[in-house]
Design a protein around this ligand. Structure first.
Ligand SMILES: NC(=O)C1=CN([C@@H]2O[C@H](COP(=O)(O)OP(=O)(O)OC[C@H]3O[C@@H](n4cnc5c(N)ncnc54)[C@H](O)[C@@H]3O)[C@@H](O)[C@H]2O)C=CC1
Ligand SMILES: CC(=O)C(=O)O
Length: 311
């Protein structure tokens, strides 16, 4: 199965590297406005192939993405230190106006996987520009925030993050909702598990984890200029779910017809992901505060999307 990556910067190349190490696809093509960059990433990542599998890795123009089942879109600009994701909107909307047309002209049946920020709004824009059904335009959404949430809870409890079942919902950004009330460790509600093992979830612990998830991008960008490993692994995880038709439950962003009175808004909920894209959405039980915060997140995203005219 072939995967194309448009945008061979830090995020696109990290995703490509993760796919190659996991031997997840048979062919990988990088496209970038900066053709030398795409060529260099393809060559560097290609050197990992003999050590990991047999993926054909190359760079090219849009004609070379023909036959791709999934197109990862990681093109555009990223945050500078102190900048928020929404501040990228007008620049990245402009990039996507150009890129979606190029992609659709070659692979009108591919699944689009959007990473560029603000990812929920760019997912909505990509859905509108492509004319594809919402199920086939997937934003990485909160897959990364959910991983950060599980990682920090796992560290607090001293257990594997893979044994933590819980999600971050809504915006991939400042208004996101950490759905604490539905988190389980194994099959046990989180608070009960934490009390059983003598690691209670005090208000201070919750606040530290909330900040660790919500502010992660800002602190990493302050330290090294950008984030790429976590999202690279997240994008590879979504691609695997599609190529293997896993029907895996992942928190990803697609346009939802209605959320608490907000119509046609792209945001994250746990969704079933497989060969046809998103086949179902799961609505977790939320407490009153989480429900209110989720509605607020939907309204913020809708307002941002409405500010973009596509011409
Ligand atoms: N969804 C998520 O969880 C995350 C999203 N991001 C976002 O991913 C995006 C990419 O970030 P980085 O890779 O760090 O940026 P980067 O600057 O390293 O790479 C962006 C690439 O896009 C290319 N590009 C720009 N315009 C293009 C066009 N019209 N056609 C083709 N290629 C074009 C550039 O030449 C560059 O190589 C940013 O918007 C960033 O905010 C970053 C981390 C996590
Ligand atoms: C940059 C970004 O969106 C993140 O690391 O969460």
């Amino acid at each position: 199965m072939k995967v194309a990556i448009v945008g061979a910067g830090m995020v696109g190349s990290a995703a490509g590297y993760a796919l190659v190490l996991q031997n997840a696809c048979s062919e990988l093509v990088f496209v970038d406005l900066n053709a030398k960059r795409a060529q260099a990433e393809a060559e560097d990542i290609g050197h990992a192939v003999p050590l990991s599998g047999s993926t054909i890795v190359r760079a090219g123009g849009y004609p070379e993405i023909a036959g791709a089942s999934v197109v990862i879109l990681a093109c555009g600009v990223s945050q500078r230190p102190g900048e928020t994701r929404p501040e990228l909107l007008s620049r990245n909307a402009e990039v996507f106006r150009a890129v979606i047309g190029e992609v659709m002209a070659v692979v009108p049946d591919a699944i689009l996987l959007v990473a560029s920020n603000p990812v929920d709004v760019i997912t909505d824009i990509s859905t509108r520009l492509s004319g594809l059904p919402a199920a086939r335009v997937i934003g990485s959404g909160t897959i990364l925030d959910t991983a950060r949430f599980r990682w920090l809870i796992g560290r607090h409890l001293g257990i594997s993050p893979g044994s933590i079942h819980g999600y971050v919902l809504g915006e991939h950004g400042d208004s996101e909702v950490l759905a604490w009330s539905s988190v389980r460790a194994g099959s046990v509600p989180l608070s009960a598990f934490a009390a059983q093992i003598g690691a209670p979830l005090t208000a201070d612990v919750r606040s530290r984890i909330d900040t660790g998830v919500r502010r992660a991008a800002y602190t990493i960008i302050e330290g090294k200029g950008a984030t790429w490993y976590g999202i690279g692994a997240g994008l590879a995880r979504i691609v695997r779910a599609i190529l293997r038709d896993e029907q895996a439950v992942l928190s990803v962003s697609t346009v939802e017809p209605e959320v608490q009175g907000v119509r046609d808004v792209a945001l994250s909920l746990p969704r079933l992901v497989g060969a046809q894209g998103v086949s179902a959405t799961l609505w977790p039980d939320l407490d009153a505060d989480e429900t209110e915060a989720f509605g607020r997140s939907a309204a913020i995203l809708k307002e941002m999307s409405d500010s973009v005219t596509l011409g």
